[in-house]
Design a protein around this ligand. Structure first.
Ligand code: APR
Length: 257
């Protein structure tokens, strides 16, 4: 593990343009369960019945009941962990340019990351299906489901449901960032959902070093990634940051800890 952490620190110290792709695994240490694998949300609820746009249109109250029961409480109380904080620190040091996240929990921004591309939207916001008006989820009256806009329209979470397109702005910005980076950190994603899982391939084709951080291997590990650091995101990224600091090489801006 130590040799791999040194390799990652070395690559980041030399990097002019690092981008991170993150998934649910990075927020597990903040108390938000993943979607797949042991204890995953999709083990408890069927994603096609409760997280597909057709299901929401068919019965918004039912989908809201599950979303509120399963997600809202956790997202409202979750705090960023060492992994989120380390990525924000790498951005401050001028090493990391952007985070492409599949997560809808807003924890990267809460950790201080400034350039966060929300590939699947953000649960902290609602959008009216009639007037497109937006309101903060915490402001919405979820005692009555589905919550309603002042126009009478139904509010939906401003996230991407299965069966929906990725927001065009997020998609094009992510593809550009992936094609221009020289290092891509792939943190806490099973890399099973497209088109997010295609970003490391774009990075690799652009000549970038692709570094995975995940306790488990993924489909990228044997085909796209240069190496996998098989551990939890918090301790691994904290060690990488420490090693960069210890090497006294603070990246493009040269500012060390
Ligand atoms: N640190 C880093 N990674 C971890 C940790 C940890 N502490 N614990 C588990 N993981 C890894 C798992 O091994 C797994 O590979 O996190 C990954 C979580 O995978 P998923 O639950 O499939 O989450 P994600 O890849 O983000 O899913 C993609 O699918 O359901 C949709 O829209 C949803 O954005 C989501 C998308």
């Amino acid at each position: 593990m130590e040799e791999l952490i040194n390799r990652a620190a070395e690559a980041l110290s030399r990097s002019q343009h690092t981008v991170a792709l993150t998934g649910a695994g990075i927020s597990i240490e903040s108390g938000i369960p993943p979607f797949r694998g042991k204890g995953g949300l999709w083990e408890k609820i069927d994603p096609m019945t409760f997280a597909h746009i057709d299901a929401f249109k068919r019965d918004p109250a039912l989908v809201w009941e599950v979303l509120v029961k399963e997600m809202k409480g956790m997202i409202d109380t979750a705090r960023p962990n060492d992994a989120h904080i380390s990525l924000a620190r790498l951005e401050e040091m001028g090493i990391l340019s952007a985070v492409i996240t599949q997560n809808v929990d807003g924890l990267h921004q809460a950790a201080g990351s400034r350039d966060v591309i929300e590939f699947h939207g953000n649960f902290a916001w609602l959008r009216c299906m009639s007037c497109d008006g937006r309101c903060e989820t915490r402001e919405a009256d979820v005692a009555q489901l589905p919550p309603r806009c002042s126009c009478g329209g139904i509010y939906r979470p401003d996230c991407v449901f299965f069966g929906e397109m990725i927001p065009p702005g997020a998609l094009t910005r992510s593809q550009l960032a992936a094609s221009q980076c020289d290092v891509m950190l792939v943190v806490g994603t099973s890399a099973l959902v497209q088109p997010a899982a295609f970003m490391p391939i774009i990075a690799k084709e652009g000549g970038a070093t692709v570094i995975e951080i995940n306790p488990e291997p993924t489909p990228l590990t044997s085909s796209v990634s240069d190496f996998l650091i098989a551990g939890s995101a918090g301790p691994v990224l904290s060690s990488v940051l420490e090693t960069i600091g210890a090497n006294g090489s603070g990246g493009a801006s040269g500012s060390t800890r």
